[in-house]
Design a protein around this ligand. Sequence first.
Ligand code: PMP
Ligand code: GLU
Length: 400
Amino acid sequence: MGFIADSLNRIQPSATIAVATKARQLKAEGRDIISLSAGEPDFDTPQNIKDAAKAAIDKGQTKYTDVDGIPELKAAICAKFKRDNGLVYKPSQISVGTGGKQVLYNALLATLNPGDEVIIPAPCWVSYADIVLLGGGKPVFVPTTMEQGFRLQPEALEKAITPKTKWFLFNSPSNPTGAAYSDGDIKKLTDVLLRHPHVWVMTDDMYEHLIYDGHKFYTPAQVEPGLFDRTLTVNGLSKAYCMTGWRLGYAGGPEPLINAMRKLQSQSTSNPTSITQWAGVEALNGPQDFIARNNEVFVKRRDLVVAMLNQAKGITCPKPEGAFYVYPSCAGTIGKTTASGKTIANDEDFVTALLEEEGVACVHGAAFEGSPAFRISYATATEVLEEACKRIQRFCGNLR
Ligand code: PMP
Ligand code: GLU
């Protein structure tokens, strides 16, 4: 028994953050590194949002606020849920935290008892399982396949549900695969959930606005209103509003759950930064047209990356519907040897060698419970992406 809590031995450091940090360090050492690791738009935060933050500072809106959000922001969030998702929440059903990550953390830590199961379709974002483990729960991964477009099938969901299932954790468009579920896809899952009233739905809608080619976004409580009373709808400003560093996330859900989340947050971070909250009011109430403009750029980048990766030997890259990730399989490279003599036994070896030999940083599929594959974030300048893909092609072409 060491000094550090046993609970910390149950979890891993965030792999996405670890790879991004390593890439930053290598860059600082002067190495020519292209980092496609962090899920963060390269676009700047829109000017009107920055101006709202500056105004908040000048007006002295720099004090503690209500723990889970100022009334003005909760009102803006209620309006957003109604406008975009047809969901009617009262301000007392809204929780605001320091990033979507804290909101998910609050919800899981506030509800899990030892042994409670959380169903997570895989591949999945790195943090879900670790937060569940920290809370004493048990992540239950349900695999999806590239052939099924990485979309969970209703039979697989049905089979994973047990009397111990507490949550079904849903994420569309998905990090890391970019897969987006249609209303029909979601209906098949919500039909299963209707038959299991003890299972709650946590939906992570972080990439709601990043959806392409005419695909439409849907969220479970909108598709099946019968689940509204046991759904937590989580969202945030990081991705669509290019506000990753500002740290603002929110959720709508039943009052007893929202109250429990507030209780937990009151004993950790208290309120999210007051200035960020005022910026959030402007983000949600202000003009939204920059999102479509950014998406035009994202689509071009996605198409470029998918085309170039499919020309790399041993790589198969599907074209995702949303988010800003691609999730190619590197199955065709496993067992091969790199130019400098390293054997690739798994996807972690693949990304490690790619970083060492070509200076391109990506995240290995094992971190997302989906191997052998790797994740590329294409939220990076187009020229940089092109150069990165050339390096990946060269790396794969050199494998023997
Ligand atoms: N959910 C998903 C699927 C994500 O990719 C992220 C990553 N940033 C988050 C939640 C958390 O975002 P944030 O804490 O920046 O709001
Ligand atoms: N969510 C982003 C990613 O997947 C940011 C880092 C993190 O919080 O995981 O890269």
